[in-house]
Design a protein around this ligand. Structure first.
Ligand SMILES: Nc1ncnc2c1ncn2[C@@H]1O[C@H](COP(=O)(O)OP(=O)(O)OP(=O)(O)O)[C@@H](O)[C@H]1O
Length: 511
């Protein structure tokens, strides 16, 4: 082969290689296509280069580069029907072709551009996975611009161009998906936050106020917290409140219920797995520990965690490392763990159903939520909170809680605790037609064997009344809207009664 041909071939190969690198390195598709065609122009000069993509039964001008690229071309629709050159270029096995345009009616840009008679054209298919999704074209005003000898290089260029365009399309789709997922995550986080802000933890009893105080103290740390209490006492509510009081509030709060997950799934659910870790693990999956990274992981019903997984959890807490199923490499996680249980874990340890070392590791900061029957002072606060929410959600004025109803509620044993209280109140609120809450007959079923609370003592009753009074006035004692006037007592008498019971008006400010 004569030397000049060899040189030409090498130059061609180098230019196509450079163009290829530009086409596949990502970034803005418009700039990428422009730069690549610039390189190609050094090998195959053109006055117009375009990328045409299939759309409907024609082609759309997606890119147009060169001195002839007019604004009218951008996005223009080019019909395929009746144009034998385009029809054959779009065929599944077509190859790049050059020709001189003799019939202006057959010109690809007929009606969009005036080209001289007999100008040079080159058309190459753009393919991905066997499908011709578009064409690239080169046009030059002069005759015989494109010899057969460049077709091979142009063909390689077109393959790289097709690859680059598809890659750009996939990247754009991924970026779009990521954006919409990020929006979704921030939406759900906002919903969680609003739930906690709009439905704050209600605490009217000394026990629950004590819990709130402790939450405030432990929130800033990474200490593991164990919440115990009967079902429906508010363990999850307390866990959510802890998360939102903590510096982790902008990060995820992830919940796992150990009693509802099948035993064989819990491990991968908690710690994740790598691809192929077990039959059915077609893709890798992050566990809840990793999903909660930077935030809080709430393990509900921890007493139901299978014994054989307990050492793994202990390791995750102690080493702050997890081992996804099938993975050789441990992964570091920064998670604040909150566990909850309605069973007596100490007993479970004694009976060999729960590991002692894990129990001690979880029990660093225990919080016990007493059953509602032992803290009737919470009932008014909970009921008022619930009635406010019901009014807000149903766009109704809030129902008042008459003293007689409140006494009924405070006298009931609430085996289902706060959850049951909410259910009873919801039904009652729907059925109440006036401005006051009424309990429908049978709303508080008497249970076999009694279970209802005995009559409260005078002092307990007085305390409940005074607490409600102060909550109502926000701690204000004197004046026409003060607590003394409402209770028809002299302010000094009221103050001495409050003092005797250890109640301080300032604690009710802003309540
Ligand atoms: N102190 C509280 N203030 C406001 N709402 C509360 C309070 N305690 C409980 N709730 C509400 O009562 C319902 C039951 O509470 P939660 O689900 O937290 O109980 P739980 O102890 O986690 O129940 P389970 O043992 O069944 O998982 C929830 O709707 C919760 O928001």
């Amino acid at each position: 082969m004569p030397i000049p041909d060899l040189e030409a071939a090498l130059t061609g190969a180098r230019l196509v290689e450079e163009a290829g690198a530009l086409l596949t390195h990502g970034g803005d598709p418009e700039a990428m296509v422009g730069h690549a065609f610039e390189r190609l122009g050094e090998l195959v000069p053109f006055d117009l280069a375009t990328v045409l993509l299939r759309e409907g039964d024609g082609l759309r001008v997606a890119h147009a580069i060169g001195p002839l690229a007019t604004p009218a071309l951008a996005g223009a629709h080019i019909p395929v029907r009746g144009n034998p050159r385009l029809i054959s270029a779009l065929k599944p096995r077509s190859r790049p072709a050059t020709f001189e345009e003799e019939d202006p009616g057959e010109d690809t840009f007929h009606g969009l551009l005036e080209m001289p008679h007999g100008h040079s054209c080159l058309v190459a298919p753009l393919r991905s996975r066997g499908e011709t999704f578009g064409l690239m074209t080169l046009d030059a005003m002069v005759c015989r611009q494109y010899p057969e000898s460049v077709l091979h290089h142009v063909g390689v260029f077109a393959s790289l161009l097709a690859l680059g365009l598809k890659q750009a399309e996939h990247l754009a789709r991924l970026a779009e998906r990521e954006r919409s997922l990020a929006e979704e995550v921030s939406y759900f986080r906002e919903v969680q936050r609003r739930d906690v802000l709009q439905e704050p933890l209600r605490a009217g009893s000394p026990a629950m106020r004590g819990i709130l105080d402790q939450l405030g103290q432990v929130a800033a740390t990474t200490t593991t917290v164990l919440i115990t209490g009967e079902t429906g006492t508010g363990k999850e509510k307390v866990a959510q409140t802890l998360h939102h009081l903590s510096p982790r509030r902008e990060k995820p709060f992830i919940k796992v219920n150990c009693s509802t997950l099948p035993a064989n799934l819990i491990e991968s659910e908690l710690f994740g797995h790598v691809k192929g870790a077990f039959s059915g693990a077609a893709t890798a999956r992050k566990g809840r520990f990793e999903l909660a990274d930077g935030g809080t992981l709430f393990l509900d019903e921890i007493g139901d965690l299978p014994l054989d997984l307990q050492p793994k959890l202990l390791r995750a807490i102690q080493e702050r490392e997890i081992d996804p199923l099938g993975s050789e490499k441990p992964r570091r996680v920064d998670v604040r763990l909150v566990a909850a249980t309605h069973v007596d874990l100490a007993r479970a340890v004694a009976e060999g159903r729960f590991r002692e070392d894990l129990y001690y590791r979880l029990n660093v900061f225990p919080l016990h939520l007493p059953p509602l029957r032992e803290r009737p002072e919470d009932i008014a606060a909970l009921a008022e909170g619930f009635l406010e929410r019901f009014a807000r959600e149903n766009r109704r004025p809030p129902l008042a809680l008459p003293l007689s109803v409140r006494e009924q509620l405070e006298g009931y044993a609430w085996p289902g605790n706060v959850r049951e209280l909410q259910n009873v109140l919801e039904r009652a609120a729907i059925l109440s037609t006036g401005r006051e809450l009424r309990l429908p007959p049978g709303a508080l079923p008497a249970r076999p064997g009694g279970g209802n609370r005995p009559i409260p003592t005078w002092e307990a009753q007085e305390r409940t009344y005074l607490e409600r009074l102060l909550r109502h006035t926000g701690g204000k004692i004197s004046g026409a809207d003060g607590a003394a006037a409402l209770a028809a007592l002299a302010p000094s008498t009221l103050l001495s009664r409050l003092e005797r019971l250890g109640l301080r008006p300032k604690d009710f400010r802003g309540a």
